[in-house]
Design a protein around this ligand. Structure first.
Ligand code: PAP
Length: 331
């Protein structure tokens, strides 16, 4: 399927029809239960993510002032969305009226492959602030060329594969329908290790953005969830600088960085009414009604050790070591 930016515009229906044909020709995996995955150009996508990704590859025009947040699922996307939104818009809102207190971060920062960016009907008008902030799980190789060619900034957040895997396993089991059986840890691990996970293989995803950040550090910033937990102030300052909105000395002295960290902390966000009982309203059926609370589980580093056997840990560590060999990338 052509993905050129110059291909004639297609209606959503036309694209869907064309993509339906494409999807039916692709390798399919049902093991994650609630949403089948399809392998397209080495990457595993849900059908809607694949359709959205292809549409964006064809038509998306990035602006130099855009900011793209990128993650593999369960690497801390919700946290990064909250932090980046709070940093970029910090002069717009007095704290008592901050949108993060009443809106889930996913509502404020849309996913560009499944939400209607830039005319996102699901988003709060607050999210249309400049610079435009949006998010993706799409791997670097599959990003629209216009993102790579523009001065648009990309912030990538990754997380150690063991915690990502356990977080994903919990999430997928909560998402399955009542008639579907639970996904066993063993079966899920086999899939994950074979690279079959949403937007996987996980390791290729991380490496794609890692290499891009080495080649263009002024364009792609690479962060780790674990580092953000360990040194939040240092990294928040770096992030603001990278995004072109460095914290002033006065802001630093006034405790603005601490305020943002507190606002976006797991403890704060997970206890807000909107995140305890709120649900997505979405044009896509499989996202409509999704409970916000599912994006807040433990929010800790190393929780995977409570679930994985020694053999499972060795298996994941071994793959990680092999895949990242020679790349100075450790977790
Ligand atoms: P997504 O990629 O599907 O949007 P994402 O937000 O990356 O989901 O994953 C949720 C994970 O981030 C959960 O991890 P856990 O299962 O290991 O607990 C969730 O708890 C964690 N998380 C959500 N919000 C925060 C936060 N504010 N700080 C730290 N971790 C968080």
């Amino acid at each position: 399927m052509a993905t050129s930016q110059t291909s004639p515009p297609l209606t959503q229906e036309g694209l869907n029809h064309e993509c339906q044909e494409l999807v039916s020709s692709l390798p399919r995996e049902d093991g994650w239960r609630y949403s089948p995955l399809y392998q397209y150009q080495t990457v595993w996508y849900s059908q809607m993510a694949l359709l959205g990704m292809i549409e964006r590859q064809r038509h998306f025009k990035a602006h130099d002032t855009d900011i793209l947040l990128a993650t593999t699922p369960k690497s801390g996307t919700t946290w990064l969305k909250a932090l980046a939104f709070a940093i970029v818009n910090r002069t717009h809102y007095p704290y008592p009226q901050h949108p993060l207190l009443t809106s889930n971060p996913h509502k404020l920062v849309p996913f560009f492959e499944v939400d209607n960016y830039p005319n996102n009907q699901n988003s709060d008008p607050d999210s249309i602030c400049s610079p435009a902030l949006f998010c993706t799980h799409v791997p670097y190789i599959a990003l629209p060329q216009s993102i790579k060619d523009s001065d648009c900034k990309v912030v990538y957040l990754c997380r150690n594969p063991k915690d990502v895997f356990i977080s994903l396993w919990h999430f997928m089991n909560k998402r399955k329908t009542e008639t579907q059986s639970l996904i066993s840890l063993e079966k899920a691990l086999d899939l994950f290790c074979a690279g079959i996970s949403p937007f996987g293989p996980f390791w290729d995803h991380v490496l794609g953005y890692w290499k891009a950040s080495l080649e263009s550090p002024q364009k792609v910033m690479f962060l780790k969830y674990e580092d953000l937990k360990k040194e939040p102030i240092v990294l928040l300052k770096r992030l603001a600088e990278f995004l072109g909105c460095t914290f002033t000395l006065k802001e630093d002295k006034d405790g603005v960085i601490h305020d943002i960290l507190r606002l976006c902390s797991f403890e704060n966000l997970s206890n807000l009414e909107v995140n305890k009982v709120g649900k997505f309203q979405h044009r896509l059926q499989h996202l409509d009604g999704l409970e916000h609370r599912l994006f807040f589980r433990r929010g800790e580093v190393g929780d995977s050790s409570n679930y994985l056997t020694t053999r499972m840990i060795e298996r994941l560590d071994q793959i990680t070591e092999q895949k990242f060999q020679g790349y100075d990338l450790r977790f």
